[in-house]
Write a protein that binds this ligand. Structure first.
Ligand SMILES: Cc1cc2nc3c(=O)[nH]c(=O)nc-3n(C[C@H](O)[C@H](O)[C@H](O)COP(=O)(O)OP(=O)(O)OC[C@H]3O[C@@H](n4cnc5c(N)ncnc54)[C@H](O)[C@@H]3O)c2cc1C
Length: 452
């Protein structure tokens, strides 16, 4: 039995043994887990063993009232301790309702719903979400709380499609904030890093369903990006370039294009001097493409093409670390070339780098706040001592472009520099204070990076 299987199985036993229950004497909701747990990658063991999994919003409100310090937890896909707590964590995995409102063109999902759960349900009714991340396994609230994104010059991040959130503040009160009624406050509330309180449901915009065909090219010269950056990243609905930073080229370019029923897309053998792939590929060239969504230009539903990885398989490599920096898209080419100077330090510890574009938004704590962005992502081997030494070098090379690290991934940027990258940070802290006056939902990560 491998470690991941063991963790899954032992977690299931623990869950069966300690089902959530109310003790009639105290009316306290008891934790469902009290043994050590890790994040998805296994690079981090949470400091608290206390995990609450309330079965209802009322139980959640009770958990929040009962605890002076508490952190919401999603599907555990973050690589840094943003979801960690020394006291208690609360997972809303039991809130799984999905309610489509066809006339309002929205879907409201319980906080336990993952993108891969909601996508086929709305697709069956003729609707789609505007974009998805590289994997469908992440919870909707965990993704939107951290500004999780896909790719596409015209696509904003996943948080930008949020129309309303419902959450429980520190005193146990249930609140709703919506784009329709709460103006700029709403822009502050969506990418909330878990600091307003556990979200119980999220309402997302939907649009008519669409089909995507995924075509892969290999060996795209970086030199082509110098004069054709927007043409290349804008050539499809969603475009990703993968690289190992060697030989001045991207190893793979994933072109995800919208395709109308019956339409045949033009697929030349050469695309900006990159070559059309002749078989399915994994973003990490050494791995089998069996875990990946269908390629070779075969059209399919948006939710089976926009993520790189299939729902029922392990995404990416598993034994990995991730880092990502957002820089202004207008400086994207220079930023790539700046990181490339570190190639011989980076490549030995790298599984792959992914380059994606994200359209600007108005969300206060979004990495793409008021800035069309290029995101430079690193999937590292799980070699933290070495990676930890490389990150400051990358951050120094990117400093002229004022990088914003992904909230859920590993970085070493000094907090002062991080804070300087967010012009609305003070407004956000005031907003969080309004719903959480005592800092109940803060943890070491948020305190260090936002408050100290
Ligand atoms: C293989 C892999 C691929 C990835 N690909 C991408 C990608 O393509 N694009 C990208 O941008 N990111 C990507 N990520 C990062 C991922 O999207 C983020 O880590 C995201 O936060 C994961 O959501 P989660 O539910 O696992 O959150 P967790 O890691 O459980 O929590 C993250 C944050 O969300 C908060 N949170 C969780 N649930 C709630 C709630 N109900 N209410 C309030 N706050 C809550 C937590 O407090 C914490 O601050 C990837 C991660 C992995 C492991």
């Amino acid at each position: 039995m491998d470690k991941r299987q063991f963790l899954k199985t032992s977690g299931a036993f623990a869950a069966m043994a300690l089902l959530p229950r109310l003790t009639s004497a105290e009316q306290k909701v008891m934790p469902t887990h009290t043994t050590p747990r890790t994040n998805w990658s296994g690079n981090l063991t949470y400091h608290t063993t206390n995990l609450f999994e309330p079965a209802s919003v009322a139980d959640l409100q009770q958990v929040v009232r009962d605890h002076p310090s508490l952190r919401p937890l999603g599907t555990r896909h973050s690589f840094n301790p943003i979801a960690d707590s020394t006291q208690a964590q609360v997972s809303l995995k039991n809130l799984t309702q999905i309610k489509l409102d066809e006339s309002a063109k929205t879907v409201t999902v319980g906080a336990g719903v993952r993108y891969g759960d909601v996508a086929p349900v709305i697709d069956a009714k003729g609707f789609a979400l505007h974009n998805l991340a590289s994997l469908p396994h992440i919870s909707v609230p965990g993704a939107i709380a951290t500004g999780t994104h896909g790719s596409g010059i015209h696509n904003r991040n996943l948080s930008s499609s949020v129309a309303a959130i419902e959450f429980v503040s520190a005193d146990g009160t249930l609140h709703t904030l919506s784009r329709a009624h709460d103006g700029d406050t709403f822009n502050g509330a969506v990418v909330n890093l878990g600091l307003l309180g556990p979200m119980t449901s999220v309402t997302l915009d939907v649009e008519p369903t669409f089909q995507i065909a995924q075509t892969i090219y290999t060996d795209i010269p970086f030199a082509e990006l110098e004069h054709h950056f927007d043409d290349i990243f804008g050539a499809g609905y969603s475009v990703s370039i993968f690289t190992d930073w060697q030989q001045g080229r991207g190893t793979e370019l994933w072109l995800k294009r919208k395709v109308a029923p019956g339409q045949t897309l033009d697929t030349p053998e050469l695309f900006y001097n990159a070559k059309l792939a002749t078989k399915n590929l994994h973003p990490i060239p050494a791995l089998d493409a069996v875990n990946c969504t269908p390629q070779m230009g075969v059209p399919g539903p948006w939710y089976e093409r926009l993520p790189h990885f299939r729902m029922n398989f392990t995404p990416s490599s598993g034994e990995e670390l991730q880092t990502e920096y957002f820089v202004p898209r207008e400086h994207g080419y220079e930023a790539i070339r700046a990181v490339e100077t570190l190639r011989d330090r980076i490549t030995p510890h790298l599984l792959t780098t992914e380059l994606r574009t994200i359209a600007a938004d108005q969300l206060w704590m979004s990495m793409a706040h008021q800035q069309d962005s290029l995101a430079i992502h690193f999937t590292w081997k799980r070699q933290w001592p070495e990676v930890q030494k490389i990150l400051p070098l990358i951050e120094a090379r990117l400093q002229p472009f004022h990088p914003r690290p992904h909230w859920a991934k590993l970085f070493t940027l000094p907090p002062a520099q991080l804070r300087a990258a967010y012009p609305k940070l003070d407004d956000f802290k005031q907003l969080a204070q309004q719903y959480d006056p005592t800092g109940k939902f803060r943890n070491d990560f948020t305190t260090t990076n936002l408050y100290v």
